[in-house]
Design a binder for this molecule. Structure first.
Ligand SMILES: C[S@@+](CC[C@H](N)C(=O)[O-])C[C@H]1O[C@@H](n2cnc3c(N)ncnc32)[C@H](O)[C@@H]1O
Length: 212
């Protein structure tokens, strides 16, 4: 038994470190979206129970009933569906992802669960298919580290957000694309946003920005 505990205590951190090194090396040469199959690994029950419970995460993000919300990079859609529950029948959630398979899978889930205030479509953050100033809030969870040209994406977020809109990032340390909160704050603040609130700690955090 003690060998098992020792193996888990050493093996898990070592596996995370090895994953970080491998992905960061690969990212040095090219940035690419996470393969669709891996998004299911990220959507782990332990994460949903202890670290980022979906409904609590929607509240932590500042999503309120009636809002019009954009999620970038929904993965399996667990947090997208929680956002749709939170905005309620008067609100709307739109999810976009660059990977068609992610959107196909999410659309199947939306139909199966009979959700009517949620729409998922294929789109790139560099060219959002929306009018100016229509969203109350944009959120993304473990996504920004996969975007090669962050200023270009931030310009699009700025454009489609309402003047008093919020831009929200949540990050999780085991994600190999995890950015440090201070570094992400500096980047976002240099593109027309100001940090309004920081929640969490080194291992998982949420940053909420407003437009300046
Ligand atoms: C690590 S997954 C995050 C999944 C989900 N948010 C979660 O936390 O479980 C990152 C997602 O961002 C998407 N993505 C990466 N680059 C993108 C881009 N340029 N435009 C839109 N989506 C992008 C990927 O396809 C992937 O679905």
């Amino acid at each position: 038994m003690s060998e098992w505990i020792f193996a888990v205590c050493c093996g898990v951190p070592l596996a995370i470190i090895a994953l970080h090194i491998t992905v960061r090396l690969a990212r040095h040469f090219s940035k690419f979206p996470i393969p669709q199959a891996l998004t299911q690994l990220i959507d782990h029950p332990l994460r949903r129970k202890f670290i980022q419970p979906p409904d609590k995460t929607a509240i932590r993000h500042g999503i309120r009933p009636g809002m019009c919300v954009l999620e970038v990079g929904p993965g399996t859609g667990t947090y997208t569906l929680a956002a749709a529950r939170r905005v309620g029948p008067e609100g709307k959630v739109v999810a976009i992802d660059i990977e068609p398979k992610i959107i196909e899978r999410l659309n199947r889930r939306i139909r199966a669960e009979g959700v009517v205030n949620l729409e998922a479509r294929v789109a790139d953050v560099y060219d959002l298919p929306f009018d100016d100033g229509i969203f109350d809030l944009i959120f993304m969870i473990t996504v920004i580290g996969e975007i090669p040209d962050v200023p270009r994406a931030l310009a699009e977020f700025h454009r489609v957000l309402k003047p008093d809109g919020r831009l929200v990032f949540s990050e999780l340390f085991p994600d190999p694309d995890y950015p440090l909160a201070n570094a992400l704050t500096r980047r976002v603040e240099s593109e027309g946003f100001r940090l309004k609130e920081k929640i969490g700690n080194f291992f998982y955090y949420t940053l909420i920005f407003k437009k300046t």
